[in-house]
Every structure is written in C-alpha cells, then in structure tokens.
Design a protein around this ligand. Structure first.
Ligand SMILES: [Zn+2]
Length: 438
C-alpha cells in the first residue's frame, strides 16, 4: 500500500466517523422501551403469547404479559402483528472481505487492490445488510491486517452500525503457493511446525482477537479439494494454546482427514467438513464439538462466479460438493451432533446469512431446531449463553420481529425479518450505509 493510499484511507475513515457518530447506538439506548409482540420464541424453551419485552439500556429487564409492569415514561413499541425472536448469530463470516458489484471489476481483483482502511470503510455496507437479515452477532473467521479488530471496535464504539463481532485476526495457514495467481493467503497467519503454530496463536491473542481460526485443509472459493494441510501435532498445539489463553478455536477442513484430526485434537467448532466418517461424527457427538457446515456458501459461489472472477469449469465439482456436504450434515444431525449456523458470508453475500437455515431443514431439522443453531447453540459456541441467543432478563436486548410463524416455516426467519434491535437500539440505516448508495 502506498503512503498516498494510506492517507486517503485515513481521511475516508475520519470523515465517516464524524457522520456516523450522530447515528451511534449509545444515544438510542438511554430510555426504557417496552416492545409488544404477538408471539415470542424466547430461546429458553417457551413460546409467549402477547408478551411485552421491557428493555432498559442495552439489556432486557424483563419479559412479561402484564401491561401494568410497563414503567411510566417507557417508549412503547407495538409489534403485535409480528413474531419476536432473539437476534440471530452467524458463527462464520468474513465481514471485511466485502466487495461491491462495480461493473468490470471482478471481486477477487477488488479485494487485492483495496487498502485495509478502504476495506473497513466499505464493509459497513455489508454490516448493514447483515443486521437487516436479523443477524445481530457474528463470529468473523479470517481477515487481513486486523481489519476485523478495527471493525469490531468501531461497531462497539458506535462509530459504525453493524453486528457485534467476535473476531479471529489472521487464520493460521501452512506455507503454500498462491492458491490463485496473484492471491496469497494473508502472510500474517502463515505458520509451519509446532513452534510457529504456537507463535502464531500467541500473536493473534496479543493483537486482541476473541477466537482462533486455523485452516487445516485446502478448499476455498472454486476449489473444493480437502487435502489435510496440518499434522495432528500442529493442530493439537493450536487447540491447546488457544485454550490455554481462554480462547476457543474454529478449524477449517473441507475434507474428512483434517476434520478427524481437528475433532480428536479438541477443536470447539469444525467448519465446512464434508465426507466425515462415522467414527469422527460419533466423536463429535460425544465431545459436543460444534459442526458449522456452511453449505450455502457454495450455492452463492455458483450463483455469482462470473462477478467473483472464477474461471469457468468448476461448477460440476462444486455441485457435487454441496450434495456431499448436505449428506454429511444429515448424518451428523441424525447422530446427535450439535450445529451452529455459519454462512461463510464474503464478497456480496452479506444479507444472505440465514439461507443456511433452509439447508439445515433439508438435512432433517425442524424449523425450531434450525433456529437454535442461530441462537442458543451459537451463543454457547461463543461462550456467551448467559447474554446472547435468548430473550430473557439480563440478556443483551437483541431482538427481531418476523412476519409469520418461524416454527412452522423456516423461510419466515430467512425472508421475513421486519424489524431489528441490537443492544437496545433499533437498527436504522446510517447515512451512506444502506443499499441505495451503491
Ligand atoms: Zn470462511
């Protein structure tokens, strides 16, 4: 990045901070609010009829059906024609790898030509789409130059409107040749052998990440190979070092070998994995390892390959991979493996985060089981099950309203989100952050 690019990026970020601060979350969280829903699925095993959710500042004070409990002076928000749900959680995103559909510029080219500051600034548009889809928390699994930490902190300060972010910094990669001409995995995460793996984990922790990400196999974009890249000992070293620092770890494996070793090493979640053998699936069920199959992201690649810039000819393999991914999910669900919803949203996929839930229903879940993967299960995977993923006293006031019955039809959650509150603030488009500006 040139010095001129850097200055331009800083100027952009500075201007934006001024514009956003008027729209920032804290100014909207002061008052007590009383939100009326027709029904509420609270994530605690109860469906309420005509509930009132009383929100004080950033948190839920109480859920009640008694109107007399509404404090005097509270702002009453009548959503009684809608069904209330906890704000949704997507446990696998790449928020800072946002691109737009600028004609003639393939997305792969955009991400290598923009500076880090420009990427963070542009990513606010994706962040708004994620919120509009009802997703109020994401676990972001892999970014360059700690753009994810910047974005997390800007959102927490109210300078950018977006979902709460749990971030991983650089994912750990083995040394490799560019996986596409001109594109190298971010150098900050390259680590070979146990000592380098330990150093890379410690480096992410020192930088201020919340979770560790490791890539234990090939496979990404239009490449659906799943060759294991790390040894068991390297994977085990990463898992143990993450846990020593009190961090969880997410391990990427497209294929079964990396999956087997990641599960045996004690990973907290396993991303993507297809073709897992019965022993690995049984081990996941026994250990409570979360499976994040990210089935829908390959659908997105098929739908958008020309805009992304993939070479023609990968489609049959990707279609076959999706079918095997779904089959593996079906087997794992049947075996009692716990799932969390992860979209792997990247490029222009922001806003399509919850389409993964449709695949989960195809894999054999009820709509309610699917909903749990994006609420209570996901919150547990984040280690936040006492403040995220449910609507109950003391939890963050993350609430959404959907039109229809989300327990009868999963598409209600996917397509009918009508209203969103995050940390007690109603989500409204900040200047320049909506779709219409593109
Ligand atoms: Zn990913």
């Amino acid at each position: 990045m040139s010095f001129r690019n850097m200055v331009a990026g800083l100027l952009l970020a500075g201007l934006a901070a001024g514009a956003w601060s008027q729209e920032s979350a804290p100014t909207k969280t002061a008052a007590v609010k009383a939100i009326k829903f027709g029904k509420l699925w609270d994530g605690k095993g109860k469906v309420w009829t005509n509930p009132i959710v009383i929100v004080e500042g950033e948190r839920v004070r109480e859920v009640t059906t008694e109107a007399k409990k509404i404090p005097p002076g509270a702002a009453v928000i009548d959503l009684s024609k809608y069904y209330g749900l906890p704000g949704l959680i997507d446990v696998h995103t790449h928020m800072t790898i946002y691109t737009d559909e600028t004609p003639g510029t393939p997305m792969l080219k955009q991400i290598t030509s923009n500076s880090a500051a420009v990427q963070v600034f542009l990513a606010r548009k994706g962040a708004m789409r994620v919120l509009e889809a009802g997703v109020t928390t994401v676990r972001d699994l892999g970014a360059d130059q700690y753009e994810d930490i910047a974005m997390r902190d800007l959102i927490n300060r109210g300078e950018m409107v977006g979902p709460r972010m749990v971030v991983s910094g650089y994912g750990l990669y083995i040394t490799n040749t560019p996986y596409k001409p001109g594109i190298n995995p971010p150098a900050g995460g390259i680590a070979d052998g146990v000592p380098e793996v330990l150093r890379a984990v410690r480096q992410q922790v020192a930088a201020g990440v919340d979770v560790i990400k490791m890539y234990a196999s090939t496979g990404t974009d239009d490449d659906t190979t799943g060759f294991e890249t790390y040894t068991y000992d390297e994977i085990k070293a990463a898992v143990d070092m993450a846990h020593q620092f009190g961090k969880k770890i997410a391990i990427h494996s497209y294929g079964p070998d990396g999956a087997r070793d990641a599960v045996r090493a004690g990973t907290d979640s396993l991303e993507h994995a297809t073709d897992m053998d019965d022993a690995t699936i049984a081990e996941m069920a026994k250990r409570g390892t979360y499976y994040v199959p990210t089935i829908d992201h390959n659908r997105y690649y098929l739908d958008n390959w020309q805009k992304i810039g993939y070479a023609d000819g990968f489609q049959e393999k990707t279609k076959a991979y999706i079918a095997r991914n779904l089959e593996t999910a079906r087997k794992a669900h049947k075996a009692g493996v716990r799932f969390a919803m992860g979209s792997d949203a990247i490029y222009t996929m922001f806003g399509e985060n919850t389409r993964e839930l449709g695949w989960f229903v195809k894999a054999g879940m009820t709509p309610e089981e699917a909903l749990k993967t994006a609420t209570t299960n996901a919150a547990e995977l984040l280690g936040k099950s006492n403040e995220l993923g449910a609507v109950a006293s003391g939890y963050f006031a993350d609430l959404i309203a959907v039109e229809g019955d989300p327990l009868a039809d999963v598409n209600v959650t996917i397509k009918k989100v009508k209203w969103v509150m995050k940390t007690g603030a109603i989500v409204e488009k900040a200047a320049g952050q909506g779709h219409e500006c593109e």
